[in-house]
Design a protein. Structure first.
Length: 653
């Protein structure tokens, strides 16, 4: 089964559950407990389900397994077998899904080559080891949260993913199967409240102590409250803020009402910081008996142009039922009843670009960063990075499974053996020193040690530094060569590339764009050009700069290569030459520099290649026509006399 198909199966299972119009109880958890199976009709493959993939279930210690199983069936999964030893679990599972084959052992399922996916809601501490065995047996794995509860488990899972190439996925139903949450995600990513500044997520739960198994009370077996319950809220935080990297600034847990279980954590909260926004999470087991449901889950999303409040499961002393969404924006205030499930969120599922958290392990893996217990005290750093990937096409299904890492709790500072520390590069802030002259004259763009290329954004304001950058100014593009910390005569800023949409502007002052969401790291840089609605990402190699330009889905898109400019947009050439290779998507050229550091004139060559075949090529310098007999053998070449401008344009498809 192809990589795309396997991801598609996992994804469609959740989107189809919404888009196909299932009843509200298919989305929500029990009205009395947060883990009871729904009594609604058994799920069926949704019309959108393209594949029929055999899957099995191992581990039913948490009743979340029923929601997971239903989701996979909706996506086209065919329940083939299950393995359990508890007679009550076996009876309940067969009551819901019929006379499904009961395997004699776990190994029988792992050895069955027809089974492509294994789902589990085993005791949390057992989930990661099971997932590793599943992947090493050549199958994909879908786990309940928390899927990873220790740093050693996290390292082991990552290693298994690298070595097997299989998928380790985690079901985050609070974001994926609560219609109000799906609708909120659509509104946020459609820009309804501007750029998200902060999320506040409150997640109280009903304890129902008499029904809880022994492992429930033991943080060593369930990961603790921030890893177990809080992983849901961390997943929503990184999704709604668009954060690719995040950390826990501070966290605490405690036991305030369960002295009979002294190790148990019935309260926890944490403060989050990501490269897309800030967040606060509070989780607890103090839902009062008088509440009509298992928890009054609230989510507040603050944006630059408005805010959203979700009352997920109940609106106390207010509207009946759950899935309430309230929004205040520039247009006014309004209430959205999302309780009908599919009707309210069909657009969110079918028309949103794909989005997921992607990384080495599942979302619960980052939750294994540990828990900062109340008696440890102090601010704690989560350590690991979080990454995200956006799909380019509508109806991509990657946004429905947290295949990657979502942060949940902090590893105590100075943790002992097994701690997974930050890479040293994570401590680097390339924006330090980017001011002019005595403020540093450095660039925010990424560069490898001893690299021969230094890509970075450029500006042309009066406050622009000798390195070509003013932190608060609009951007004119991205040049490939720069000096760092040098002061003196502005030099380099060579080979500027400017991504644009709409009518092409060739003069640098005419294609300036305000920026937003600028994020600079030692190993990468990204920013959104607000004028063009275009995302730019840069990664360095030793002798090349790798760019990814994500343009809006509609309108013309261009890449302008300015060959003859230097820092501040000044002309710095004693001649240039550009040769276009349209069929190869390649531009080759040189510039003879003038008025750089050295009084000598030096040739600098470049090669640029685009991975999407352009629809048009142009140059604003006169083209030298080759002899007729060689017209087909030579690509078009433009040359610029000393003191003239030379640029090439590529029109993207």
């Amino acid at each position: 089964m192809s990589d795309t198909n396997r991801r598609g199966l996992l994804g469609l299972g959740l989107t189809a559950g919404l888009a196909a119009g299932f009843a509200a109880d298919a989305f929500a958890q029990s009205a009395t407990r947060g883990d009871a199976p729904t009594e609604g009709a058994v799920a069926k493959p949704a019309p959108e389900a393209k594949y029929r993939v055999p899957f099995a279930v191992i581990g039913m210690d948490h009743n979340h397994i029923y929601g997971i199983t239903d989701a996979v069936i909706r996506g086209g999964g065919v329940l083939t077998a299950f393995y359990a030893t508890d007679p009550k679990q076996i009876a309940m599972f067969r009551k819901r899904y019929g006379d499904i084959k009961l395997a004699r052992s776990e190994q029988e399922i792992l050895d069955d080559r027809a089974i492509k996916l294994v789902c589990s809601a085993a005791v949390p501490v057992l989930r990661a080891p099971l997932g590793i065995r599943v992947m090493r047996a050549g199958k994909d794995y879908l786990s309940d949260k928390a899927a990873v509860v220790t740093l050693k488990q996290l390292a082991d899972v990552r290693r298994a993913i690298r070595e097997t190439g299989r998928k380790f996925a985690i079901m985050y139903s609070e974001r994926l199967e609560v219609p109000a949450a799906v609708m909120a995600g659509q509104l946020v990513h459609d820009g309804a409240i501007g750029h998200v500044i902060q999320t506040i997520n409150l997640a109280p739960h009903r304890l129902s102590a008499s029904s809880r198994p022994d492992w429930f009370w033991d943080p060593a077996r369930n990961g603790g409250i921030l890893t177990d319950v809080g992983s849901h809220q961390a997943d929503q935080f990184v999704y709604l803020t668009g954060s690719k990297r995040a950390q826990v600034l501070a966290s605490q847990t405690g036991n305030f009402g369960n002295s009979a279980h002294p190790k148990f954590e019935d309260f926890g909260d944490m403060m989050l910081s990501g490269d897309g926004g800030a967040g606060y999470v509070r989780v607890d087991w103090f839902t009062p008996d008088g509440l009509s449901t298992w928890g009054d889950g609230r989510l507040f999303i603050l944006g630059t142009e408005g805010y959203i409040e979700l009352r997920k499961y109940v609106d106390i002393a207010g509207r009946p039922g759950g899935n309430h969404l309230l929004i205040a924006d520039k247009k006014g205030t309004r209430y959205l009843d999302c309780s009908e499930g599919a009707a309210a969120v069909r657009t969110a599922v079918r028309d949103r670009p794909g989005r997921t958290h992607v990384g080495g392990a599942g979302s619960g893996g980052r939750a294994a960063r540990g828990r900062a217990r109340a008696d440890r005290g102090g601010a704690c750093d989560s350590g690991e990075a979080m990454t995200a990937r956006r799909g380019a096409a509508a109806c991509t299904v990657l946004h429905v499974i947290g295949v990657g890492v979502a942060l949940a709790a902090a590893a105590p500072a100075g943790a002992g053996p097994g701690r997974d520390p930050l890479p040293l590069s994570d401590y680097v802030d390339p924006l330090i020193g980017t001011g002019d002259d005595d403020e540093g004259d450095t660039i925010p763009g990424p560069t490898l040690p001893a690299g021969s290329i230094h890509p970075s954004p450029n500006t042309i304001t009066a406050a622009t530094s000798n390195a070509g950058y003013d932190r608060v100014a609009p951007l004119s593009g991205f040049a490939q060569l720069h000096t760092q910390g040098s002061g003196g005569v502005p030099s380099y800023g060579t080979f500027l590339v400017s991504p644009q949409t709409g009518p092409l502007a060739t003069t640098e002052a005419e294609h300036l764009s305000p920026k937003r969401d600028e994020r600079a790291r030692a190993d990468g840089y990204r920013v959104t050009l607000a004028r063009y609605g275009t995302n730019v990402e840069i990664a360095p190699a030793h002798h090349a700069a790798l760019y990814r330009f994500t343009f809006p889905n509609s309108g013309d898109a261009h890449l302008l290569f300015d060959v003859t400019r230097k820092i501040m947009g000044e002309l710095g050439t004693a001649g240039s030459e550009v040769t276009l290779f349209p069929e190869q998507g390649k531009i080759v050229g040189r510039v003879r520099t003038r008025h750089y550091w050295s009084p000598a004139e030096v040739d600098i060559w470049f090669v640029a290649r685009v991975d999407a075949k352009p629809t048009a090529w142009e140059s604003n310098a006169p083209t030298s026509a080759p002899p007729a007999r060689r017209a087909r053998a030579r690509p078009p070449t433009s040359r610029c006399a000393p003191g003239g401008r030379s640029a090439a344009r590529v029109a993207s498809p």
